[in-house]
Design a protein around this ligand. Sequence first.
Ligand SMILES: Cc1cc2nc3c(=O)[nH]c(=O)nc-3n(C[C@H](O)[C@H](O)[C@H](O)COP(=O)(O)OP(=O)(O)OC[C@H]3O[C@@H](n4cnc5c(N)ncnc54)[C@H](O)[C@@H]3O)c2cc1C
Length: 243
Amino acid sequence: MDESIPRIVIVGGGFGGLAAAKAFRHTPAHITLIDRTNHHLFQPLLYQVATSVLTPGHIASPIRGILRNQKNITVILAEVTGVDKDRRCVFANSADREEVPLPYDYLILATGVRHSYFGHDEFEKFAPGLKGLADAVAVRNKILQGFEQAEAEEDPSRHRDLLTFVLVGAGPTGVELAGEIALMVRTTLRSDFRRIDPTSARIVLVDMGDRVLGTFSEEISEAAEKRLSKLGVEVRLGQGVEQ
Ligand SMILES: Cc1cc2nc3c(=O)[nH]c(=O)nc-3n(C[C@H](O)[C@H](O)[C@H](O)COP(=O)(O)OP(=O)(O)OC[C@H]3O[C@@H](n4cnc5c(N)ncnc54)[C@H](O)[C@@H]3O)c2cc1C
């Protein structure tokens, strides 16, 4: 390896990491991009996987394939566990090796974010976040299971509970997901069941703020709320979920 050429380590192959990698396309550098998954995930469409509109393969592309033609970059599938700033190296665990040191001259950390339960981490065991493919598949299975359980349930008085979906948080993800579930019951699932009527599913969207899409303009919030109501989503604002 030519020692005069700088070593750049990028951790994360999301939007940030890939943009950085591509920006160095013509830079004389040895670039190493490390990600704990082998794919770049298009997170904005996770809600469509969570509602069976798309399959995981539709929104995940191999990082190696995306960077195939960029000769100054090496892609490593590993989980970075630490950084030693003084020694200028990161440590990574791969399939069969632990704490492998990877030296750098420049380091870019683009590891993304985790979801927040706003001080209620105990909610996590009931409702996964929606940041990765595994989350989306878990949400999808939970939704579909509700319909399957209701169809198998002879006692009609239990159907309403099984077909009630509560989404907490009316930001973009909650709004998209509520809207998509409402569409799913009216289209894809509409005619597939005998004991239950999927269109009777109750979809409740709760937020402690006073409007949906609180970070957008008031006009957008108003239009979104109208559209959700038209789709049959029950929007409950100004209500914080405590338990
Ligand atoms: C459901 C949802 C909907 C969204 N909709 C929109 C939208 O409509 N419009 C919009 O502009 N934005 C949207 N966003 C936000 C957008 O997707 C994020 O802002 C963007 O993905 C952030 O990019 P990033 O590169 O910082 O992180 P990420 O895309 O999260 O990438 C981080 C990468 O780092 C890797 N990584 C993390 N830790 C390690 C480690 N220790 N070792 C190795 N690798 C690691 C991960 O595997 C991942 O590949 C949405 C997000 C979500 C979750």
